[in-house]
Design a protein around this ligand. Structure first.
Ligand SMILES: Nc1ncnc2c1ncn2[C@@H]1O[C@H](COP(=O)(O)OP(=O)(O)OP(=O)(O)O)[C@@H](O)[C@H]1O
Length: 264
């Protein structure tokens, strides 16, 4: 479904990707993991065409995303659902209208068909009974599930999740994890999951990519990753503080910074 080849991308001087190769198989849940700031969100934006590569290719369904014109890109995006961390609900619309929003924007469905579709999407996330509530009346976990119902409203072929578990209590997290897997299998979706939550992510992923310093450092099934012995992979997967994965954003040493007379 997605093929990334020899992808290079920088932000100013900072190299984010340097020859990244990655494949996302149709029908599978693929997880992309890596330390903070490694470029996971950037990768999702390159897949959806919000950013363009400096070099290399990003193909979705065999089409190079960065070569599409505006209207073709718009059509492609309709085939992708996105659940971004910041994907807030519209606060002045109730749950039903939030889910109905993309259908009203992009289709000419009759009110009765639209209603049925919205109720089916809400049923899929277990919130049909909450349709009249306003976003302010929802828990964080419920709000994330409504956002998920909205993301699948237009029946996308692929859904991209950016840190969907952030800020969820263990129960909501468990529900969300199962939901992502169920939706993937029931609707024959392709799912891309960016997350820091090693345990939750490896529970549902078919394939895991670990990225660092602009490249794939390990990939495989969760079992293969669990058996991987490299120190980098072990440090990341086991959440150890000491090891080759750096906690600090690159910069001058602390001593240099404290001794310099710079203004900031
Ligand atoms: N709009 C921007 N302009 C300049 N640099 C940016 C911008 N957005 C992100 N970056 C930089 O790009 C790098 C990758 O960011 P990105 O958000 O993709 O990382 P991430 O792996 O998703 O991080 P996290 O796990 O912390 O969410 C970071 O170093 C960040 O500082």
């Amino acid at each position: 479904m997605v093929r990334v080849r020899d992808l290079s991308f920088r932000r100013g001087e900072r190299v984010i990707f340097d020859g990244l190769d990655l494949d996302i198989r149709r029908g599978a849940v693929t997880a992309v993991m890596g330390p903070s700031g490694t470029g996971k969100t950037t990768l999702l934006k390159l897949i959806t065409g919000q950013l363009r590569p400096d070099a290399g290719r990003v193909e979705v369904g065999g089409v190079a995303v960065h070569e599409l014109d505006k209207s073709a890109l718009y059509r492609l995006r309709r085939r992708m659902g996105m659940l971004f961390q910041s994907g807030a609900l519209l606060t002045d619309l109730n749950v039903f209208d939030n889910v109905a929003y993309p259908l009203r924007e992009h289709t000419d469905l009759s009110p009765s068909l639209l209603r049925k579709l919205v109720l089916l999407k809400l049923e899929a996330v277990g919130l049909r009974g909450a349709r009249a509530l306003m976003p302010s009346e929802l828990s964080g976990g419920m709000a994330r599930r409504v956002a998920l119902a909205r993301a699948i409203a237009l029946d996308p072929e692929m859904i991209l999740y950016d840190e969907p578990f952030t800020g969820q209590d263990p129960i909501s997290m468990g529900a969300l994890v199962s939901l992502i897997r169920q939706l993937n299998d029931a609707a024959n979706l392709t799912s891309v999951l960016v997350s820091h939550d090693v345990a939750e992510t490896t529970r549902i992923a078919d394939h895991v990519y670990l990225i660092s310093h602009g490249r794939v450092v390990a990939q495989g099934s969760p079992a293969e990753i669990a058996a991987e012995r490299s120190t980098w992979v072990r440090q990341f997967m086991d959440g150890e503080a000491d090891g080759p994965v750096h906690f600090h954003y690159p910069g001058p040493s602390l001593a240099e910074d404290l001794l310099s007379r710079g203004g900031r």
